[in-house]
Ligand binder design. Structure first.
Ligand code: NAD
Length: 475
C-alpha cells in the first residue's frame, strides 16, 4: 500500500490498525515463548532444519526473486545469499549442543559449599529488520542464531526488494512453527507500528539515519539493539602489494551486487605510483569479469531503484572518471566506474557510495594512510593489500574498524567463527556463529548453595572474631 497517497485520517486509522495487529502478534509470540516450548533443544534443531529445507526446496524461486529485485546472477545469489545461509545453519546445528551448555566457574571459599555456573537463556521475542541489498541473507542469517538461542521472532524484510520479501512471507509460515515465528511485510508505517511494541531484542541492518529511529524506539522499553550499519570502508594498497591479485580482488569486492554491499571497498587509498599501476589492472579485471559491455553481462547487477541510480549518477561529477561512468536510469544501470582526482570535500568522499563507483585517493606519502582513515568515522570493514606483515599489522593496530581483511576483500564473511559487526558509526553488536548465539542469549549467573553449613561471619552482631576471619577468608 502506498501510504503517502492516503488522507491523514486514513493514515492514522491504518497506523492504529497496524498497532493493534502488531500488539496482538507480539502478545501471541510472547505467550508461546512463556510456554517453554522453545527451550527444548530438539525444537530449536527442528526449526533450523526446516529453515534449511525452506531454502533447499525453493532454491530456484529464491534465485529468481533475487534476480528480479537486483539482477543477481544465479551463481552470485547462491554464493552470497543461499549457500551462506546453508553454512550458517549447518555450523549452528553442529555446535549448538556445546553452545547451550552451562559453563562452570569457581565459587569462593566464603560461599562453600556451592556450585557456580553461567547458564545461557533465550531473551524472548526478537524483531529482525532486514535491508534490501542482500535481502535473503541479511534477514535470515540473524534468524538462525535467534532460533538457536531459543527465541521467538518476527522478521521484517525490506520493502525495496519486494520479490524476495513476498517469497519469504509466503514460505516462512509453511516451514517454521507459526506460534513462534512470523514475517511482517511493509515499509515505514508497518515498521513504526512494530517498533512501538516491547521486544526483548531488536536487530536492525541498514543505514545510520533509520538506526537512530530504531534506537530511540528501543530506548522506550529499554530494549537492547544490535545495529548493523555501513560507512566508508577504505581499501589501502601499499606500494609492495601484488597489484594483479589486488586489482582482481578489489574489482570483485567492489562490483559484486553492483557495489551495493555494506562491506564493499568504498574507496582505494594508495600512493600515485601505485595508483598508476592499479587503475589499469582493475580495468582489466572488470573487463575479464563482465566483458567490454557490462550492461550486456548477465553476471552484472543493477541498482535497486531509480532514486539510488540518480543519487549515484550525481556523484560522477565529484572527480575524474577514468573508465565506466555510463548510467541508464530507466534500467537502473550504472557501469563499473573508477574515479581519480576526487574532491575530498564532495559527497563521493563524504557519504557511503553504496554503488559501483570506486574513487582512488592518492596520497603523496603512504605513511599518511592511518591519519586519513582515523580522521573519518570508524568503518565497517578495512582492507589492506601488502606483502609485508609489518605494514599490515601496523595498519590493523592503528586503525579501528568493525572487520578487517589483509590481501582480500569481504572473504572474512565465510569464516563462521569470526564475529560480524561494526564499531562506532558502523554499528554496535555482532552476530555469526557462536557470536550470534551470544547476541540472542542472556548469560545468567547462577550460584547453587547447600544448606549443610551456615557460617555466621556475615551475620550481625559483628564481632572482632568474625571480622578477623572474614579478612582471612576473603583474601
Ligand atoms: P534503510 O535503513 O533505509 O532500511 C532498512 C530497513 O529499515 C528496511 O526494512 C526499512 O523498511 C526500514 N525503515 C526504513 N525507514 C524507516 C523508518 N523511518 N522507520 C522505521 N523503519 C524504517 O536501508 P538503507 O539505508 O537503504 O540500507 C543501506 C545501508 O545499510 C547502507 O548504509 C549499508 O552499508 C547498510 N547495510 C549494512 C549491513 C551490515 O550488515 N552492516 C548490511 C547491508 C546494508
Amino acid at each position: 500500500m502506498n501510504v503517502s497517497l492516503l488522507e491523514p485520517q486514513m493514515l492514522s486509522d491504518l497506523s492504529a490498525a497496524n498497532g493493534r495487529d502488531s500488539a496482538a502478534l507480539v502478545a501471541g509470540l510472547r505467550a508461546y515463548f512463556r510456554s517453554g516450548s522453545t527451550l527444548e533443544l530438539a525444537w530449536r534443531r527442528r526449526q533450523l532444519i526446516q529453515l534449511r529445507k525452506m531454502l533447499s526446496e525453493n532454491e530456484a524461486r529464491f534465485i529468481g526473486a533475487l534476480n528480479e529485485d537486483l539482477h543477481k546472477a544465479p551463481q552470485e545469489a547462491y554464493l552470497t545469499e543461499i549457500s551462506f545461509l546453508y553454512s550458517d545453519i549447518d555450523h549452528t546445528l553442529k555446535h549448538l549442543k556445546k553452545w547451550v551448555r552451562q559453563r562452570k566457574v569457581s565459587s569462593p571459599l566464603l560461599t562453600q559449599p556451592a556450585k557456580s555456573y553461567i547458564q545461557p537463556e533465550p531473551l524472548g521475542v526478537i524483531l529482525i529488520i532486514g535491508a534490501w541489498n542482500y535481502p535473503l541473507q541479511l534477514l535470515l542469517s540473524p534468524l538462525v542464531p535467534a532460533i538457536a538461542a531459543g527465541n521467538c521472532a518476527v522478521v521484517k524484510p525490506s520493502e525495496l526488494s519486494p520479490a524476495v520479501s513476498h517469497l519469504i512471507a509466503e514460505l516462512l509460515p509453511r516451514y517454521l512453527d507459526n506460534d513462534a515465528f512470523a514475517c511482517v511485510e511493509g515499509a515505514v508505517a508497518e515498521t513504526t507500528s512494530l517498533l512501538e511494541q516491547r521486544w526483548d531484542h531488536i536487530m536492525y541492518t541498514g543505514g545510520g539515519r533509520v538506526a537512530r529511529i530504531i534506537m530511540g524506539a528501543a530506548s522506550k522499553h529499554l530494549t537492547p539493539v544490535t545495529l548493523e550499519l555501513g560507512g566508508k570502508s577504505p581499501c589501502i594498497v601499499a606500494d609492495d602489494a601484488d597489484i594483479d591479485i589486488a586489482a582482481r580482488r578489489i574489482a570483485w569486492g567492489k562490483f559484486t551486487n553492483a557495489g551495493q554491499t555494506c562491506i564493499a571497498p568504498d574507496y582505494v587509498l594508495c600512493t600515485k605510483h601505485t595508483a598508476d599501476r592499479l587503475v589499469p589492472a582493475i580495468q582489466l579485471a572488470v573487463r575479464e569479469m563482465f566483458g567490454d559491455s557490462p550492461r550486456q553481462s548477465s553476471d552484472y547487477g543493477r541498482i535497486i531503484n531509480t532514486q539510488h541510480t540518480l543519487r549515484l549518477a550525481d556523484l560522477l561529477g565529484d572527480g575524474e572518471v577514468i573508465f565506466g561512468g555510463d548510467v541508464d536510469v530507466d534500467s537502473c544501470y550504472m557501469a563499473p566506474t573508477l574515479m581519480r582526482c576526487v574532491n575530498l570535500e564532495s559527497p563521493v568522499m563524504q557519504e557511503e557510495i553504496f554503488g559501483p563507483l570506486l574513487p582512488v585517493v592518492e596520497l603523496d606519502d603512504f605513511g599518511k594512510v592511518e591519519a586519513f582513515v582515523n580522521e573519518r568515522e570508524k568503518p565497517l570493514a578495512l582492507y589492506i593489500f601488502t606483502r609485508s606483515d609489518a605494514i599490515a599489522d601496523r595498519v590493523l593496530s592503528r586503525c579501528s574498524s568493525g572487520n578487517a581483511c589483509v590481501n582480500d576483500c569481504m572473504m572474512f564473511m565465510l569464516a563462521q567463527d569470526l564475529p560480524f559487526g561494526g564499531v562506532g558509526a558502523s554499528g554496535m553488536g555482532c552476530y555469526r556463529g557462536e557470536h550470534g548465539f551470544r547476541t540472542f542469549s542472556h548469560y545468567k549467573a547462577v550460584m547453587k548453595r547447600k544448606n549443610i553449613l551456615d557460617v555466621d561471619l556475615r551475620y550481625a552482631p559483628y564481632t572482632n572474631r568474625k571480622f578477623k576471619w572474614l579478612k582471612i577468608l576473603q583474601r
